[in-house]
Ligand binder design. Structure first.
Ligand code: GLA
Length: 380
């Protein structure tokens, strides 16, 4: 059944009648990983996989929420002490709380939601969920008075304050601002951004999902961020955005080898984003691809957020002559993103499935990427 039909029929049987439907998207990131919380650049786009929710004010102070995918129901109030236990419900609660903390209005509502963003694949299903509800509650209760950047920050603060992940702004930004057929280069220090038409004639962007699950809460993700912040502090700068290799080398003997390599990756990665944007405008896909491989190497060796399965998928891509391939997102599992010449695509996918299956006993999942719009209202 289509996502929307599934949601409307479940809403009707659970709550009776109908509410308004909203959706927000998962994201890809062409390049610029772990740069957002370092004040650097990222280059994401929203994709055609969404979290969708039907929502209706219920005239009480209680939220009544049903997740179709998890088949779980939660009821919670809107005060700080009302935080639900289920982690999926905490995303919705967090968004409500962050709106209220900013002086916005939220009243009780009934909601049913579901999605087709694969969970734990590095496609930001959680940002899609947060952005969907932030966008919806802004529309329903605040006359859209909260600007779009603040909606993204509401999602990010939800992660920080209710879900234990000290994430940057990239995922929520991409989910809120996404535009069909466009990638966005965001400067995470000034928050200025530019849309870049993404027309890769003759090439396809395809994701290979290792199906290794990652969990960013309490994970090495927060530790990576802490390393970067330590190095920035030692250099006397706010973020690694202002660092270069010369500066880093000048303090090499004062910091741990681990912190050194984390910072080295970030310094190199922020330059790669600019190189890739220029190359993309010129249609120079060889440079785009080379940078993607460099990013993978850095994420694997210096930042150490890859895993055996993702390194293997990257090796297969290289062997098959794929233009660019790398692990995408926070890491510790999830997908590789691959820029593949159209004529090579069927052979690449067949080889990746076969080899991965032979080694790990299951095939990677394959998603072709369609760059799409971000948060929006689906029905009146
Ligand atoms: C996760 C975080 C983002 C970003 C990426 C890595 O997706 O939510 O803020 O740091 O990892 O680039």
């Amino acid at each position: 059944m289509e996502l929307k039909e599934k949601i409307t029929s479940t809403f009707e049987s659970r709550f009776g009648g109908h509410g308004t439907i909203y959706a927000s998207a998962g994201r890809i990131n062409l390049i610029g990983e772990h740069t957002d919380y370092n004040g650097g650049f990222v280059f994401p786009g929203a994709i055609d996989k969404v979290i969708m929710a039907e929502i209706r004010a219920n005239g009480t102070d209680t939220v009544r929420a049903y997740s179709i995918d998890i088949d779980d129901y939660a009821e919670f109030g809107l005060n700080e002490e009302d935080a639900p236990k289920a982690s999926w419900a905490r995303y919705i609660f967090g968004v409500c709380r962050e709106i209220i903390k900013r002086g916005g209005k939220v009243q009780g509502f009934d909601t049913v939601f579901a999605g087709n963003v694969p969970l734990g694949a590095g496609l930001s299903s959680s940002a899609a969920l947060e952005s969907c509800f932030a966008f919806a509650l802004n529309d329903m209760f605040n006359g859209n008075a909260i600007d779009k950047f603040e909606l993204a920050r509401i999602g990010q603060s939800t992660e920080h304050n209710y879900c234990g992940v000290n994430c940057g702004i990239m995922d929520q930004f991409a989910s809120v601002f996404g535009k069909k057929d466009h990638l966005m280069r965001l400067d995470c220090r000034s928050m200025e951004f530019e849309y870049f038409p993404f027309k890769a004639d003759g090439y396809t962007l395809v994701l290979l999902d290792s199906v290794v699950k990652h969990e960013l809460a309490d994970s090495p993700y927060n530790k990576r961020r802490a390393s970067c912040e330590r190095v920035a502090k030692r250099l006397g700068i706010e973020t690694l955005r202002d660092a270069d290799m010369e500066m880093l080398d000048s303090i090499k003997s004062d910091i741990t080898a681990e912190d050194y390599f984390r910072a080295k990756f970030v310094i190199e990665e922020k330059e790669r984003v600019l190189t890739v944007c220029d190359a993309l405008v010129k249609g120079d896909f060889d440079t785009v691809g080379r940078c993607m491989y460099e990013t993978h190497n850095g994420l694997s060796k210096d930042y150490e957020v890859s895993c055996e399965e993702l390194d293997y998928l990257n090796d297969i891509a290289k062997e098959c002559g794929v233009v660019g391939s790398r692990i995408m997102g926070g890491g510790f599992g999830g997908c590789t993103i691959n820029l593949v010449k159209d004529e090579l695509l069927p052979a690449f996918i067949a080889t990746a499935k076969e080899k991965f299956n032979a080694k790990y006993g299951h095939e990677p999942k394959v998603y072709e990427v369609i760059i799409s719009d971000g948060a929006h209202k689906v029905t009146e």
